[in-house]
Write a protein that binds this ligand. Structure first.
Ligand SMILES: Cc1ncc(COP(=O)(O)O)c(C=O)c1O
Length: 371
């Protein structure tokens, strides 16, 4: 029998041979950032300098149900419920565990989860952990969703979508989906990971921008992307919050977020509220980028910061990313299984802080590569 080290070694070899081996890289800090999710540059603002730092604690010291429930958690949740126009918010340590916690615990046996096929892995994994049955519908395809709603036999149905899809950068057809959910008496869950801090005038996301907060069963907001921080909340009813406190293992059995993390999230939200021009300037950069690329480039449709150049194979994605990295751009390839086979790509993230010159140069290099 092979020992576990040899088994792991073999599996790693397989990844190397298929060109999908992952390794951790620190790129040159001088490289132009076209890869991070820090869309507005908030991660680089020192929100806590000049503040009174009377010592609170380094860590919360336990899970929320034991010693780790502090006034700063409770106050932050009230502040966020107000910001996201929700009855309640419950903090989770990251967006990944918020989705796991919500989807693994709320849908019951006999229920069904219908997920967009391009949902983030934490949504898929949350659905797998739940006792409900789960199905994909075609990406952003409302008629396919309706077909599935017609055929599914379940007590309660949950439709799960992302406001902005993490790899394709396109926006969910949320208004249509909410209408359909009403028709079929289904519950909508929206992962707002990539719209938190971006969409709507104050950055409170897509549901708030569309004014459909009350028609959505639950919303997941994450703070590790445009808010430049860390952590997440699930927003919804008071009953949902109490249910998660009682039944979500990902909430119950983990040390809660420390004081500093909470402070940074609150400062980032307040900063974003006062600086709506950041999103406007990012929109200009997105337009500038898209307008300059030649037609031969297979650019996905997206008017959000996530821009995908489809290369069709892992090798091509890695080659293009290496080419751009050598030119001084921090740009990464995204290969299967993160994206479907033949949908491999370089994922370019635009930021409010990317200069016009660096966007022009990036477009020049991309056009040259494809000429
Ligand atoms: C759509 C989506 N949901 C959830 C997450 C996880 O969020 P976090 O990074 O806060 O764990 C991500 C992260 O990439 C994401 O893209």
């Amino acid at each position: 029998m092979m020992n576990i080290e040899s088994i792991m070694q073999d599996l790693l070899e397989k990844r190397k041979q298929s060109g999908t081996y992952r390794s951790l890289k620190i790129l040159d800090s001088k490289a132009h950032d076209f890869t991070s999710n820090d869309y507005l540059g908030l991660a680089k603002i020192d929100f806590l300098s000049g503040e009174d730092h009377s010592f609170i604690d380094n860590g919360a010291g336990g899970s929320r149900l034991l010693s780790g429930n502090k006034a700063y958690h409770v106050e932050a949740e009230a502040f966020m419920a107000d910001y996201f126009n929700a009855k309640s918010c419950l903090l989770f340590n990251s967006g990944y565990v918020a989705n796991l916690g919500l989807l693994s615990s709320v849908p019951q046996k006999g229920d069904a989860i219908l997920m967009d096929e391009l949902s983030h892995i934490c949504i898929k994994e949350g659905a797998r952990l739940s006792r409900a049955s789960h199905f994909n519908f075609r990406h952003n395809d409302v008629s396919d969703l309706e077909k599935k709603l017609n055929t599914v036999n379940a007590n309660n149905i949950f439709i799960v979508v992302e406001s902005i899809y993490s790899m394709d950068g396109d926006e969910a057809l949320l208004a249509n989906i909410v209408e359909l959910a009403k028709k079929y008496n289904a519950n909508v869950i929206v992962d707002e990971a990539h719209s938190t801090g971006l969409l709507s005038n104050d950055g409170s996301g897509l549901c708030c921008q569309l004014g459909i907060e009350k028609e959505v069963f639950a919303r997941v907001y994450t703070f590790g992307k445009a808010m430049g921080a860390h952590g997440a909340v699930v927003a919804g009813s008071e009953i949902l919050k109490s249910y998660l406190i009682n039944y979500s293992r990902q909430f119950i059995y983990t040390t809660s977020l420390p004081y500093h993390s909470i402070q940074i999230i609150i400062k980032a939200i307040n900063y974003r509220k006062l600086n709506s021009e950041l999103w406007k300037s990012l929109q200009d950069k997105i337009e500038k980028f898209r307008n300059q690329l030649n037609e031969e480039i297979n650019l996905l449709e997206s008017n959000h910061p996530i821009q995908g150049v489809i290369t069709g194979s892992s090798e091509n994605a890695i080659r293009l990313a290496n080419f751009l990295q050598e030119k001084g751009f921090d740009i990464r390839p995204i290969v299967s299984p993160t994206v479907p086979l033949h949908q491999e790509r370089v994922r370019i993230c635009l930021h409010a802080f990317n200069t016009d010159e660096s966007i022009d140069e990036l477009c020049r290099q991309l056009n040259q590569y494809y000429s």
